[in-house]
Design a protein around this ligand. Structure first.
Ligand code: CP
Length: 320
């Protein structure tokens, strides 16, 4: 596939320009109406076949991509590693080449290895969309987070603090690249063991105390402890983590302004976030999920060569 202005693949936000990111967010706007009101499908990807290839668990991303694909009238196939020939030792490239032999147009892939999406994109002709690769990037999550912030305030100048396990987080990396490109002020906060070395060199502030982060920020993006990626004891216990870094109602009540509370999910209530905060008036966590469908529709549409100026007219073109 040609991919239009974005190129063939979407592998991350690090190598997109601010204009490319704005193009995706702006293209997502007309798709919001289709996804939020479940307006009938639009035929813009009719005849395209998309494979969702998930080698790691996912609820939001996989289902959101599937909704986006179906609402654009694409044909979709879901492949999970369990139940596929990967468990018999087939390589990633062989799996993808066999799928291509069945005439597919795009692969949406989640994989545990950082760089897996680029590796695949360089070896197959179909477009590859990174749905999360190891600790590297999760670009559509970064984009939906940007869209959600933009729904509430201009991104440029907004102070966003990412709180928690930044070290293991592809969501944090995509957010940092996207936010910095669009002119936000970015900070991270967490135990020293869970912050990447040299993160400050990217132009990101570092807070050691969550109370300081709450005092500074307009937006908190709270991350879960990715225990499945930790080989050693990065924190003494989840109870201790909550005591020191938990985003609790008591801490937020001392904030000098109302904060927007975000979380990419899945949440561990009582570990990184208090239930009263997650379900409270300042949380936009479910709005993020809703925006995810529109952002993914925009990415699929643009990679398929769709013209951004025609996205608006797509919502007036119901499936026949
Ligand atoms: N945010 C996110 O990637 O969630 P899933 O793991 O459920 O896809």
């Amino acid at each position: 596939m040609s991919g239009g202005r974005l190129g063939k693949d979407l592998l991350g936000l690090e190598h997109l320009s601010a204009d490319d990111i704005r193009l995706i967010l702006d293209t997502a706007e007309p798709f919001k109406e289709i996804s939020e009101r479940a307006i009938k499908k639009v035929p813009v990807l009719r005849g395209k076949t998309i494979v969702n290839l998930f080698f790691e668990p996912s609820t939001r991303t996989r289902i959101s991509f599937e909704f986006a694909e179906k609402r654009l009238s694409a044909d979709t196939v879901n492949v999970a590693s369990a139940g596929s020939s990967v468990v018999k030792g087939e390589t990633l490239v062989d799996t993808a080449r066999n799928l291509e032999a069945m005439r597919i147009d795009m692969v949406v892939m989640r994989h545990g290895a950082s760089g897996a999406a680029r590796f695949l994109g360089e070896r197959i002709e179909s477009s590859v969309i990174n749905a999360g690769d190891g600790k590297h990037e999760h670009p559509t999550q970064g984009l939906l987070d940007l869209l959600t912030i933009r729904d509430h305030r201009p991104i440029a100048g907004t102070k966003v603090c990412i709180v928690g396990d930044v070290l293991h987080s592809r969501v944090a990396r995509s957010n940092i690249w996207g936010l910095l490109k669009l002119g936000a002020e970015v900070a991270v906060c967490g135990p020293q063991t869970l912050l990447p070395l040299g993160i400050g060199e990217l132009g990101v502030r570092v807070f050691r105390r969550v109370e300081e982060a709450i005092e500074w920020a307009d937006v908190l993006n709270v991350l879960r402890l990715q225990l499945e990626r930790m080989q050693a004891g990065y924190v003494p216990s989840t109870r201790e983590y909550y005591r020191v870094f938990g985003v609790t109602l008591e801490r937020l009540e001392r904030a000098p302004r109302d904060l927007i509370i975000m979380h990419p999910g899945p949440m561990n209530r009582g570990v990184e976030i208090d239930s009263r905060v997650a379900d409270g008036p300042h949380a936009v966590i479910l709005d993020q999920v809703t925006n995810g469908v529109a952002v993914r529709m925009a990415v699929l549409y643009l990679l398929a060569g769709g013209r951004p100026e025609l996205a608006e007219s797509a919502k007036g073109a119901p499936e026949r």
